[in-house]
Design a binder for this molecule. Structure first.
Ligand SMILES: Cc1cc2nc3c(=O)[nH]c(=O)nc-3n(C[C@H](O)[C@H](O)[C@H](O)COP(=O)(O)OP(=O)(O)OC[C@H]3O[C@@H](n4cnc5c(N)ncnc54)[C@H](O)[C@@H]3O)c2cc1C
Length: 438
């Protein structure tokens, strides 16, 4: 049961020496675990934490769950298997299976690539979180987070959030950052890492048109495309695989420097995504047969591949990844290749795993360096950039989300830190929840 502390006593306020009384007395809610960010990692972390019996609140800045997978239209939570065997399962797999069942589709098996129905996936995520007993808070975002005096070995955070004109306060034991950007970790004083270059994002939309390639001819289409580029009616990235792919196979674009780690950057990124769609619509309308072209669907946000990574107790390197290193505290597998997008599509860095190599993720990569009672899961876990280009994939985000949810719940239960939770107990708990632990 969440306890409201509307009228806290003077003695209690005195005990919270690090904070002003105003900060903790205003309608404070208590819980065990707060997860920030309701994307792939955050959904799984929330369900796992709540299923462990921890009072769990999920805070999401947007209007629905799923993050990149639903709002960005990246509806391919694949890569659960490697070398002929399923390596990632648990709550993420349950989420996919339940969605596919309701979509009247058999999940094609963990070894194959598959697509998921994004709206249904968001609804099922919500249902699973609520059934697990978690509280969901949309349209809310952390403003500050502070350690709240000495609570022995237990975590004792005061998280202040902005919720559409309201300031809200939560007192909790453990925090899990699933923002994809390490935003909560930065607020809590943890170090983040990024390089000057980041991978481009992509914007998912569909333009229906009746331009016949046969009638227009490939060479003429290419000539008009190059002319449009020269005149600035289209820009590099609007048709990332070339104009034919973009027009006939909806094969995507690049939104360079796409960054959603602050409201200002997220605004600009999404404006640039929609401008790209408009440029393409106008270009297609300028072609014979394209006069009635129309944008018929568009996902709400640009999919962002990379921003910040959190510096953790261990930084997974590309060498660790490619060697399939396993540590005592490995908590999940990762099944993807190194896949670094470069500004020019053809410059991709792709390094395939050698036959039999099974990369893993240690718990320490989910624990920000030097900050207790805080975890990170999803695409911004502690790794070098090349390792991140593989770890960012959704199935791995599910694996790290489930481990973070379990470790945070255990730390809250035993009044310890995620770094000090009993590894055997953590692994047993994960296996009981159908996760595959290395
Ligand atoms: C174009 C593109 C194609 C891709 N293709 C594939 C693919 O084919 N297969 C695959 O498996 N992966 C793919 N990926 C990678 C994968 O989709 C992402 O890396 C993964 O979804 C990230 O999950 P996440 O939970 O870490 O973050 P996200 O899904 O980004 O979720 C973060 C959530 O946190 C919320 N949030 C952020 N900041 C705050 C805040 N301050 N307060 C509150 N909430 C906040 C966001 O609104 C969001 O809901 C692709 C990515 C992109 C961009």
């Amino acid at each position: 049961m969440k306890m409201k502390m509307k009228h806290c006593s003077a003695a209690l306020c005195f005990a919270f020496a690090l904070l002003s009384s105003a900060e903790i007395c205003a309608d404070t809610v208590e819980c065990d675990v707060v997860v920030v960010g309701g994307g792939t990692a955050g959904v799984v972390a929330t369900i796992q934490s709540a299923r462990c019996g921890a009072k769990t609140i999920l805070i999401e800045a947007g209007s629905q769950l799923g993050g990149n997978a639903t709002v960005g239209g990246v509806n391919s939570p694949e890569l659960f298997s490697l070398w002929g065997k399923q390596r990632i399962a648990g709550i993420g797999w349950e989420w996919c299976t339940k969605t596919a069942e309701l979509d009247d589709k058999q999940l094609p098996g963990s070894r194959k690539h598959f697509r998921i129905n994004p709206p249904l996936y968001a609804c099922i995520a919500e249902e699973l979180c609520l059934k697990a007993g978690a509280e969901l808070r949309y349209f809310e975002s952390p403003m500050s987070v502070k350690k709240n005096g000495n609570a022995g070995n237990a975590g004792n955070w005061i998280l202040t959030t902005a919720a559409m004109g309201e300031t809200r306060t939560i007192r909790c034991k453990e925090l899990v950052d699933c923002t994809g950007n390490g935003t909560l970790c930065a607020l809590a004083g943890a170090e983040r890492m990024r390089e000057k270059e980041i991978m481009a994002g992509s914007f998912n939309y569909v333009i229906k048109h009746e331009v016949s390639l046969k009638k227009l001819g490939k060479d003429e289409l290419q000539r008009r495309y190059e002319e449009a580029l020269k005149e600035g009616r289209l820009i590099e990235g609007d048709a990332r695989h070339g104009i034919e792919s973009s027009m006939y196979y909806q094969a995507g674009n690049y939104i360079y420097d796409a960054d959603n780690s602050t409201a200002a950057l997220r605004t600009q990124t999404n404006i640039r995504g929609r401008q790209s769609a408009l440029r393409m619509l106008r270009f297609i309308r300028s072609l014979p047969g394209g006069e009635n072209a129309m944008i018929t669907s568009m996902f709400p946000e640009v999919g962002v591949r990379e921003t910040w990574r959190v510096k953790g107790e261990y930084v997974v390197t590309v060498d660790d990844y490619l060697a399939g290193k396993t540590w005592e505290d490995s908590i999940c597998y990762a099944c993807y290749q190194i896949d670094m997008h470069k500004p020019l599509w053809k410059d991709f860095v792709r390094i395939h795993l050698k036959e039999g190599v099974l990369p893993t993720v240690p718990l320490r990569a989910l624990i920000p360096l030097g900050v207790d009672h805080l975890m990170v899961a999803g695409r911004c876990i502690s790794s070098d950039r090349l390792a991140m280009s593989a770890l960012r994939i959704q199935a791995t985000c599910m694996g790290t989300g489930q481990a973070a949810g379990a470790a945070a719940a255990l730390a809250a239960k035993h009044a310890t830190t995620p770094l000090k939770v009993d590894l055997a107990e953590l692994k047993t708990l994960l296996k009981r929840n159908d996760a595959i632990v290395p």
